[in-house]
Design a protein around this ligand. Sequence first.
Ligand code: ZN
Length: 242
Amino acid sequence: MRIVVLSDIHSNLVALEAVLADAAPFDAVWHLGDVVGYGPQPDEVVARLRGLAAVGVRGNHDAAAVGGREIEMFNHDARTAMEWTRTRITPDTRTWLEALPERRAQGDFTMVHGSPRDPTWEYVTSAPVARANLAVIDTPYCLHGHTHLPIVYRNDDGRMETLAPADRSTLELDGRPAMINPGSVGQPRDGNPAASYLVVELEGDRRRVVWARVEYDIAAVQSSMKALGLPPRLVARLAHGL
Ligand code: ZN
């Protein structure tokens, strides 16, 4: 079974379509939140995920889009894009976003946006933070997003290992607890502008994760954003992957 795991799509339908084409064939889609925000096509991205019967969790941008006070924590550009998103989304999109839970368990995997301790806001950016979060879940593995960086923190008998996966990197999951981040589909921030995602492969007792990077038509997304009057810095950053 091949499960595509997507995080931080951020209303970037062009990147999402490139990822789905690259990942095919697959059996299921899981998402880790921030489906909307920043980008130009919130309704289209939600409709695409609904069509795939994707299951997932709520990110801080998803919460803000449906009226949450999370918007008060946003920087100026994120807030401007979110105010636009709020006026733009249809009742169907809103209903779908409102129904997303903060966390979800799927077999051996806990899914959250930020972290198990704070699914909405905590950024897992260090081994100590990863260790503390692995201690509070009852599955061996946690899939999370929010930082927009593909990375793994694994607890190897008390010693934390940090792995930075590249395109087509694979990791065999052997029971050692791990915080696993697929990176961002719609707004990567590791200096590589290509969309980032991962595939979980389940075969009997074997669990394997494969990361991938996919180029997409960044210029097309940038022109839509410009035409809609979204903040210039959000348009520019897509090309830099930062
Ligand atoms: Zn995000």
